[in-house]
Ligand binder design. Structure first.
Ligand SMILES: [Zn+2]
Length: 197
């Protein structure tokens, strides 16, 4: 039977995405065992983040400064804008270091089921950024889900009146993927997006 304090910590950790009660208990056990070197660093990191975390007023990214590090980086091309659903997508794309432009975070996706309409997302601010004439290309990097694609279609329509090139991430075969293991949707997308060799 764990003490009340340890139980409370387990319950807080269990609320984190990707961690259930079982993983949370294992994490707590690890922290208890490694408290001398792991706990002070963790406390310091949590403290620093809770003190300084802000949402970028330009792109919606989360960082320790506003504008965020990406918007403030003059080496990045301000004329190329990549639109994503969530902050996690910015981080994922940026980890790959392939995109040299800037981002715009919608803060979700259109969903009739959940009652999320255009006014609930950062769409007005996206249209403002594009209407300024400072953007040449908008890359729609929505998830390959029905709602993600609905959102991409909606944005493409709204952006049509502006003089920007609108592109979309290609969907297709994952690297290392075998045809036999793919679902029909992925196969169909890959076939539609075929190109000359
Ligand atoms: Zn930003």
């Amino acid at each position: 039977m764990a003490s009340q304090e340890i139980e409370a910590l387990s319950q807080s950790l269990a609320r984190l995405p990707g961690l259930g009660p079982r993983s949370a208990r294992r994490a707590v056990l690890w922290l208890v065992k490694n408290r001398d070197h792991a706990l002070p660093a963790l406390l310091e990191a949590l403290d620093a983040v809770s003190e300084t975390l802000v949402e970028c007023t330009i792109c919606g990214n989360v960082d320790t400064s506003d504008p965020c590090g990406i918007c403030a980086d003059h080496r990045r091309d301000p004329r190329s804008l990549c639109v994503v659903e969530d902050v996690a997508d910015v981080w994922a794309l940026d980890r790959a270091r392939l995109f040299q432009g800037r981002y715009h975070v919608l803060g979700g996706k259109l969903s009739a089921l959940d009652g999320i309409g255009p006014e609930d997302l950062n769409i007005a601010s996206l249209l403002d950024r594009v209407a300024d004439g400072a953007v040449d290309e908008v890359v729609l990097a929505m998830n390959a889900t029905l709602e993600g694609q609905t959102t991409a279609h909606y944005l493409a329509e709204r952006l049509e009146e502006h003089k920007v090139r609108i592109t979309q991430l290609a969907h297709g075969l994952p690297v290392g993927g075998e045809l036999d293991y793919l679902d029909e949707g992925t196969l169909a997308q890959a076939l539609r997006a075929r190109r000359p060799v």
